[in-house]
Ligand binder design. Structure first.
Ligand code: SAH
Length: 343
């Protein structure tokens, strides 16, 4: 089956030409597929014969809402989507004053193995296609009935472990004939896959790069994040400094505050030292309690923030949304899996 939704405009034109159609049909198809249609019959400006042929030869993914949770506190909506092959992924709609943001998944599961993260417990099942990433944005927008202005790739999965598909998704979602979401309205978060950071730097995209730091010393970081054994802090910060020099874009560093593990003053001092020469921004995240994990939330967040600021480092504490609905990192999918497993 031909997956037209995972194609850029150029590829869509080529695919339609390969089907014996004029190139402009590719542009029409691209526009329809980027509007969240659920049947080829909706492509009303296409000849019926072509629509019938597409039904037979082309894939049209339509994720099903397996579960939906609405936060009574802040309007956050969490979606558990069932994909065509029965796998489930999560997306979250967050309402900020600067616009509606969708947090999307890039893989079914994750193989990065971070010790505090629910998404990685059962490993990676498969990569998502560009179309399946796009679906999350379009169908959240459609279901919630609000315009989406921002995207964060901070759901389940490691975007840089599926970078070809992620880059194609970015090109599609950014296209004026598609959803037309500006690169500056998109954030991509990585656990620190150095070759991916270098590739992104070469492309010079204007998106915001977030790096999940979580510890500034090799020992703690290797314990929390196995990726650090492949790309250590030395290599990571060299790549980050290069990234800033090339793109001029400030990197955001995610830092989940874990009681007694990464919340000591000397660790704040070390963060500041590693950031020297680059206008980094540290985003302190209250640790979400994951039942399977031995880690507990830190009680030193305010002190740690102060310590960072005393070195001139910008540090903010992330406002936690959707705490009442398991909106954190892989928790809904995990619960669904557990229910499935116990049946
Ligand atoms: N794989 C990418 C993106 C997905 S995770 C990455 O690692 O950056 C999005 C963010 O949530 C990451 O910063 C991740 O480290 C963080 N995270 C995972 N589990 C968490 C938890 N229990 N509490 C707080 N943050 C968590």
């Amino acid at each position: 089956m031909i997956d037209l939704k995972s194609m850029t405009l150029m590829e869509s034109k080529e695919a339609l030409q390969a089907m014996g159609e004029p190139a402009f049909r590719g542009k029409q198809v691209f526009a329809w597929l980027n509007r969240g249609i659920i049947s080829f019959d909706e492509m009303s400006n296409l000849p019926r014969s072509l629509r019938e042929r597409m039904k037979a030869e082309c894939l049209l993914t339509v994720p099903r809402i397996a579960r939906k949770q609405l936060s009574a506190k802040d309007g956050t909506i969490k979606y558990l989507w069932e994909l065509a092959d029965g796998n489930c992924i999560e997306s979250v709609l967050m309402r900020y004053h600067h616009g509606n943001t969708v947090c999307i998944s890039s893989q079914v599961g994750c193989r990065m193995g971070c010790a505090f993260c629910a998404s990685t417990i059962a490993g990676k099942v498969r990569d998502l296609t560009p179309g399946e990433m796009l679906d999350q944005v379009m169908f959240v927008q459609k279901d919630a009935g609000v315009p989406v202005s921002n995207i964060v790739l901070m759901g389940i999965g490691e975007p840089m472990d599926n970078l070809d598909a992620v880059l194609k998704f970015l090109e599609i979602v950014n296209h004026p004939d598609g959803m037309n979401i500006g690169m500056r309205h998109i954030s991509l978060s990585t656990c620190g896959v150095v070759p991916g950071i270098r590739r992104l730097a070469e492309l010079g995209l204007q998106l915001t790069l977030s790096v999940s730091l979580h510890a500034p010393d090799e020992e703690t970081r290797s314990r929390l994040m196995p990726v650090n054994r492949a790309y250590d802090l030395e290599a990571l910060f060299t790549a980050c400094h290069d990234y800033f020099r090339r793109t001029g874009r400030r990197i955001s560093f995610e830092y989940a505050m874990i009681d007694g593990v990464n919340d000591q003053d000397w660790q704040a001092d070390l963060i500041a030292r590693r950031l020297r020469g680059m206008p980094g921004h540290v985003n302190l995240i209250p640790l979400n309690d994951v039942a399977e994990s031995p880690f507990r939330p830190s009680r030193r967040t305010a002190a740690f923030q102060k310590r960072l600021e005393s070195h001139g480092v910008t540090a903010t504490v992330r406002r936690s949304l959707g705490g009442d609905i398991d909106a954190a990192c892989g928790q809904l999918r995990r619960k669904a899996e557990e229910r499935g497993g116990s049946q």
